[in-house]
Every structure is written in structure tokens, then in C-alpha cells.
Design a protein around this ligand. Sequence first.
Ligand SMILES: NC(=O)c1ccc[n+]([C@@H]2O[C@H](COP(=O)([O-])OP(=O)(O)OC[C@H]3O[C@@H](n4cnc5c(N)ncnc54)[C@H](OP(=O)(O)O)[C@@H]3O)[C@@H](O)[C@H]2O)c1
Length: 300
Amino acid sequence: MSKVSRQSPVWLVGSAGMLAGDILEELHKADFPCVISDREVDITDINQVRAFIGQRHPAWIINAAAYTAVDQAEKETESAFAINGLGPGVLGAVAAQTGATIVHFSTDYVFDGSGDRPWVETDSTGPLSVYGRSKLDGERRLAEATDRYFTFRISWLYGVRGKNFVKTMVRLFREKPELRVISDQIGGPTWARGLARNIAALVTNGKGNPGIYHYSDAGYISWFDFAVGIRDAALAVGAIDREISILPIPTSEYSLPAPRPANSRFSHDKVRNQLGFNVLPWRSNLDAFFREWKALDFRP
Ligand SMILES: NC(=O)c1ccc[n+]([C@@H]2O[C@H](COP(=O)([O-])OP(=O)(O)OC[C@H]3O[C@@H](n4cnc5c(N)ncnc54)[C@H](OP(=O)(O)O)[C@@H]3O)[C@@H](O)[C@H]2O)c1
């Protein structure tokens, strides 16, 4: 298989997804050549991946493809492990043959949520759900396949594309007289655009030690705090027109098939110090998100 050259593009895998859309826009702004694929190149099929890489010779592979239906994964274990576990291993194995570097995304769900200090990259994992186990499997398979990888564990991702907590809250603010939101799970939101800017800078600079990194916006909050912030930001830009009441509830009052970690705080020291990532406060990122979403007429 031929090797990558200086003119080789970035291959953005899972390009129809929420995070991928923002990454693609940021790479375009940086004038970086990109090739994209979504389901038409199945990352669990090594022959499809080999054929694609053989034709395009990417220098970087950004894997934003994933099985992200966290609760459904409890029943669809096989699909979750194929896409989240096997897939990154396949991409890593093929990349190792060409010298491409892989950027991959994982999750706070690889941790058991114990304690109240921010998780560092060397902490022991202990996923509570099928989704978390499948993502951990993918991290491991990727690291076994190649040395040239950057795995970013992120939490509470949101952006203008697809379904996410922010857009769901705004829809519910418009529909309901009152909302109850969990206040005993603490973590940090990740604005997809902010992460995408950092990823574009990483690819453009091409520097940094491979490995696992933790990333989210700065500040540790509960889902309840986040909902209150979303309501305030939504009111400020006219996404909603009345202040509905939000009540804090414990996790025990909101049962879901997949258990969530109570502590999803990420330390940002490594990503800041070693990769120079810009980690901005969750609240200013949320305001920026709403400005961007407003310009898109708050599309669903
Ligand atoms: N969303 C979150 O809150 C969150 C939190 C922490 C970490 N993450 C991680 O962040 C990354 C990006 O998440 P996201 O929410 O942007 O994902 P997403 O919107 O669900 O997009 C994933 C994309 O991958 C595609 N895909 C699925 N299986 C594939 C396969 N076998 N081959 C090729 N493409 C395939 C999906 O297609 P279909 O739509 O047809 O399935 C979809 O277009 C993922 O690694 C995710 O695990 C997300």
C-alpha cells in the first residue's frame, strides 16, 4: 500500500455526524484538503477501508464515526462493539501500513463515575454501560494497531447538527410548563465547534505527542446547571420567549437503560500543556453556539 505524501488529504470518517460537520467546516477554513465518507465506507470492513485508503492516501484519518445511541446499545451490543470497538482497530491497522495518523474520539463513559476529582488520562477505567465498554474496546484496539493516534475522550457533546441535550432542552422549554433535570451528575459540556477548531489546529500544525487526551469546555456543572444556562442563553437570543421553571432531581428519579457516570469531570491539563488546546468556559461557548444556531434560524 502506498505511503502518504505532503499533499495527502485528511480523511474525515463518519462525515454526516454532529462533530464531523463542524470539523469539516474548520478544515475547509484552514484550506486543508479533505476527503469524506460516512456509511458508504463501513469502518468495520477492512476491505472497504483498504480500498478507500489505497485510492486517497490520507495523511490524517479523523474518525468521527461511532455508534452513539447509548441506551439502545444495552440491547444492540453486537453493533455497538463492531462500530465502536472493531472499527477503530480496523482504521488503525490500515493506517499503520501507510503511516497515516489517526484522530479518534472516546467518552467519559469509559469511567465508573466515582469520586469528585477530575479524571486524568492515567486513571483506571471502569465503564458502567455497553456503550462505555464498546468505546473502551475501540481505544484499546486503536492503540494496539498503531502508535500514531490521538484519542480525545470528550463529554456531553453538542452542536448545531443532530440531536443533543441543548437542542432537546430548547424544544422542551417551548413545549412544557416545567422541567425536571438531574443535578447529581457533574461534568462538562463539549461544544463541537470549539473542539473542531482545536482539531483543525492540531492537524494543521502536525505536532504533538500521540496518546489519550481528555477534553471538554472549562467549568464543572450538573445537567441541571447546564439546563439553567441553556434557558438563559436561549432567552437572550430569542430562541424561547418565556422563562420556564427548571427543578433539580436526583438520578434515582430519572431511570434510563444505560447507567451514566456521576462524575464526568475531565482534567484539561494534558490537552492544554502538551497540545496547546484552547479550553474555553462552557458558558461563553454556549453563548457562541446560540449565535451560530440563530444564524441558522434555530433549525431542528
Ligand atoms: N454525542 C455525545 O454526547 C458524545 C459524548 C462523548 C463522546 N462522543 C463521541 O464523539 C464522536 C462523535 O460523536 P457524534 O455525536 O458526532 O456522532 P454521530 O452524530 O452519531 O455521527 C456518527 C456518524 O458515524 C456514522 N457511522 C456509524 N456507523 C458507521 C460505520 N460502520 N461506518 C461508517 N460510518 C458509520 C453514523 O451513521 P448513522 O447515523 O447512519 O449511524 C453517523 O453519521 C463519537 O466517537 C462519539 O462516541 C459523543
